[in-house]
Design a protein around this ligand. Sequence first.
Ligand code: NAP
Length: 237
Amino acid sequence: MVERAFIITGTSRGLGFEICKQLIKRNHTIFALARNNNDFLLELAAQKDCSIQFVKYDLQHTEGIPALINGLINQVAKDIQSIALINNAAQVTPLGRIDCCDPAETVKNVQTNLLAPILLTQSFIKHTEQWDISRTIVNVSSGSAKHAAAGMSLYCASKAALNMFTSCVQIENHRSLTIYTVDPGMVDTDMQTEARNEEGLPLAAFFREAKESGALISAENAAKKIVRRLLGSSGKG
Ligand SMILES: NC(=O)c1ccc[n+]([C@@H]2O[C@H](COP(=O)([O-])OP(=O)(O)OC[C@H]3O[C@@H](n4cnc5c(N)ncnc54)[C@H](OP(=O)(O)O)[C@@H]3O)[C@@H](O)[C@H]2O)c1
């Protein structure tokens, strides 16, 4: 019997890859969404008798998200104990002063970081409303939601808005729904590389120093914390 189902975005690399890897277990069913596949996850799932499906999707295509989620949820066995959505996918770009950011890239940032998690949350809640099981939504946020940074206005603003969105949905008190944000800290992923290599970004030197001094958290350890809390909040582990 499948006990838990998870929809995880941004599983091809970084934190989402590690979260997905740690959730691969017998009796789990996982929908791993990204633009690029990661064969390692599929191979590991096969070894561990875990049901996994790679969902190739670009979250910038926000108009297709409601139908996508409906389709995934319809595939989940109705006798599961819990279902969770982990909104992890995000992009830090475009970086730089706002007048230097390309308008099309600006739209992509808000689509991926904010509009997609909003629509995923909305569809997830709607399509599982009648299910008498534990439902959890984890929105991966950032310290940038609370700390204004020159050259990072889009990333900071999208994460701040995601926090407020989550707080509002929390107090709507949906039946058997737990929704919260997590700030993973500074994690050693491609996103950090992009930020520290961005010439002209005032915080780039700070990000370089964090990498050089060993202050970055490994994706594996950051994922452990998220997975521990998730399994704790959605029934027995
Ligand atoms: N790294 C940090 O220091 C840090 C700090 C605080 C918060 N966070 C947050 O942690 C989460 C994970 O970040 P990360 O550092 O692991 O980032 P990352 O290494 O850049 O990985 C981002 C993931 O999101 C996916 N993704 C990006 N755009 C997408 C799109 N349009 N459609 C579908 N998938 C998309 C990517 O897959 P594809 O490219 O294959 O689509 C990739 O799997 C993000 O929410 C980030 O804001 C990170």
